[in-house]
Design a protein around this ligand. Structure first.
Ligand code: SAM
Length: 249
């Protein structure tokens, strides 16, 4: 299951800080609000494409029994490190979101930071929605975000350089509005030169429009509860580059 996240796990958390805070901290208030609004009982949840497990650990600290799934071995390894010395139990599984299996069903599944955009075909998105539907208890909730067209037509049309004291990350982004496919060639170089001084990898993403997502959700049997565009960063001038979805089984 190639995801393109082989070098990035080493710097992922530090990179996220460049948004002002890590993405999980930025999204958490919105998630907690939705949980309160829809009266989702605090019980079991899955964070799909959990990355380095930050959100999963935060939710476990709030009393949830959490599963985390990611297809990148490096991301799962970083997630597991977060549990060292903590009494919180999160079960991290190395699986592909298109065909994952959970030992038991959950009341809530989340999938954030454009993870679903890493699926490059409608067929794969449909497979993922089916797998989530199966993993949810009756009337369970699926809350996710996707990057919308504004994001690809602005941020994915340019090269971005992130200078951190430990490393430099250059993201050479490219988006094709006809195919809806984005490509990010990532160059990572470490300042100290102590190990793998430089790595490169490519991350691909696809923009799905609201109608496509709606159609697939409906096909699988989800009911739409909420959808709105939002901006998760403190950079308001980039506009509402993400779309927030809440659907119910
Ligand atoms: C942008 S990161 C987001 C991680 C995390 N959700 C967050 O908020 O920081 C995208 C994640 O999707 C994972 N991913 C990509 N394709 C996947 C797949 N087919 N199945 C499971 N995880 C996948 C990557 O390994 C990566 O951790």
């Amino acid at each position: 299951m190639p995801t393109g996240y082989t070098a990035l796990p080493k710097v992922y958390d530090r990179w996220q800080q460049t948004y002002g805070k890590d993405f999980s901290s930025l999204i958490l208030p919105r998630l907690l609000l939705a949980i309160r609004h829809y009266r989702i009982p605090k019980s079991t949840m899955l964070d799909l494409a959990c990355g380095t497990g930050t959100l999963a650990v935060m939710m476990a600290k709030r009393g949830w029994k959490v599963w985390g799934i990611d297809a990148s071995e490096g991301m799962v390894a970083e997630s597991v490190k977060k549990l060292v010395g903590s009494d919180k139990v999160v079960k991290f599984l190395h699986q592909d979101m298109r065909q994952f299996i959970l030992p038991s069903q959950v009341i809530l599944t989340t999938c954030f930071f454009d993870s679903l955009n890493h699926l490059l075909t409608k067929k794969d998105l449909l497979r993922t929605f089916r797998a989530v539907h199966k993993a949810l208890l009756p009337h369970g909730y699926f809350i996710f975000d996707v990057s919308n067209e504004l994001c690809y037509k602005s941020l994915w049309m340019r090269t971005e350089t992130i200078d951190h004291k430990d490393f430099t990350l250059v993201l050479k982004n490219n988006y094709n509005p006809n195919s809806h496919l984005g490509r990010s060639d990532v160059e990572l170089s470490f300042s100290n030169g102590s190990f793998n001084n430089q790595c490169t990898e490519t991350v691909y993403e696809r923009y799905f429009d609201n109608e496509e997502i709606n159609e697939l959700l409906h096909k699988v049997g989800f009911h739409l509860l909420q959808r709105d565009d939002f901006n998760f960063t403190r950079m308001q001038k980039v506009g509402k580059i993400k779309t927030w979805w809440v659907v119910q089984k």
